[in-house]
Write a protein that binds this ligand. Structure first.
Ligand code: PLP
Length: 393
């Protein structure tokens, strides 16, 4: 018997464990100090009332013989696909039901979609970025090449003459940098993929945070993208579903590689290895996209984005370089005075009792940078911003 030895090539992620350990040690040594966390990547506001009502109604339906539901279409109920088509229509993107695959969140689909691609494909992943893209490929035995994000390109790397990719990951708005590709830059990637016959896996998990109408919220707003891109998105950050679990993947009918429809392949993969998202959850997701639901989830997003504005304003006053904070719940700053990511983590924890995330945990290019998030409580966040201002002034 042999294990999958590719797993042995994964680097252990000590990032969040080390953070928790350092914070716990600090709190044990200083129990009287109030430590504020600006490092969380999880939402904190509760589900919107419209969602709760829809899910409660669905639970009641499941409890009556006449309205009980068992297995259904693996790829999602018609009512949710219709709501998603409406959501995309507002972005001027037309989708058919068959192009939408409802799943249990973006993370699963990011990993699972690799089932439909051959092992030999060259994979390009931006650095820094959400670690799941690289790790899922390493698990499958693929070699990953990194493309550099840095202050020079505002952490929005573009293809160049040396780029050789079959599979390209793009995350916009980006975790951890908060940087957002504009139409022209995203167009460069689409042109590259069309030329090279590559496929872009576009992670739009934070699209709902984009308020600038000039910025794309779907890769399909870029001409030609339906011929070269899969879009993976989620209700996690849009509607507070991190604990509910619902997402969706769009595989356009026009996306064909090696003479084969990727939509058909993904459909085959899903119908074999997946059995759909619960009716109750899908009712909640559809409610999030109703006009009342959208109004309510946008309130939560406004709350987080006001937090982001406060942090961004503080950093601007301090003259620190950063990306994000607009059109994204993440703020990515250059550590002051040439400190490394972990040096700044310790400095901030010990002197301001504020916790963030060291940028080096998201890739080699994250060294010397630091991630703050806007998902916390507004009052705590203002207090944290004040402390940062006093410490770094
Ligand atoms: N993609 C990015 C960029 C993320 O930051 C996250 C979660 O933090 C996910 C995907 C995972 O989302 P989901 O909760 O839908 O699995």
């Amino acid at each position: 018997m042999e294990i999958n030895k590719n797993y042995l090539n994964l680097k252990d992620s000590y990032l969040f464990r080390t953070i928790a350990q350092k914070v716990n040690e600090y709190k044990s040594a200083h129990p009287e100090r109030d430590v504020i966390r600006l490092g969380i990547g999880d939402v904190t506001l509760p589900l919107a009332p419209e969602i709760v009502a829809a899910m409660s109604g669905a639970v009641a339906e499941m409890g009556r013989k006449e309205t009980f539901r068992g297995y259904d279409d693996t790829n999602g109920y018609g009512f949710l696909k219709q709501a998603l088509r409406g959501y995309y229509a507002q972005k001027s993107v037309e989708l058919s039901d068959a192009e939408i695959f409802v799943g249990d969140g973006a993370k699963s689909d990011i990993g699972n979609i690799l089932d439909i691609f051959g092992e030999e494909n060259a994979v390009v992943v931006p650095d820094p970025v959400y670690p799941v893209y690289a790790d899922t490929n390493i698990m499958a035995g693929r070699k990953v090449t990194y493309i550099n994000g840095n202050a020079g390109n505002n952490f929005l790397p573009l293809p160049d003459k040396d780029t050789r990719a079959d599979i390209i990951y793009l995350c916009s708005p980006n975790n951890p940098t908060g940087a957002v590709y504009d139409r022209r830059s995203l167009g460069r990637w689409v042109d590259y993929a069309l030329d090279a016959g590559a496929v872009i896996l576009f992670d739009a998990a934070y699209e709902a945070y984009v308020s600038d109408p000039a910025l794309p919220t779907s890769i399909y707003q870029i001409e030609g993208a339906k011929k070269c891109a899969v879009e993976i998105c989620s209700f996690s950050k849009t509607a507070g579903f991190t604990g509910v679990r619902c997402g969706y993947t769009v595989v356009p009918a026009e996306l064909v590689r090696g003479g084969v429809s990727l939509n058909k392949l993904w459909g085959r993969r899903q119908s074999t290895k997946f059995n759909g998202v619960s009716y109750i959850t899908q009712r909640g997701a559809a409610a999030a996209l109703s006009s009342q639901g959208l109004g309510q989830i946008k309130e939560s997003i406004r709350y987080y984005m006001e937090n982001a504005r406060v942090i961004a304003e503080t950093l601007r006053e301090l003259g620190l370089w950063f990306t994000g904070g607009e059109n994204s719940p993440y703020i990515w700053l250059r550590c002051p005075n040439g400190m490394s990511s972990w040096e700044f983590f310790d400095y901030l924890l010990n002197n301001a009792n504020v916790v963030g995330t060291p940028g080096s945990g998201f890739g080699a290019n994250g060294e010397g940078f630091f991630r703050l998030t806007a998902f916390g409580d507004a009052e705590n966040l203002r207090e944290a911003a004040e402390r940062i201002k006093i410490l770094l002034r």
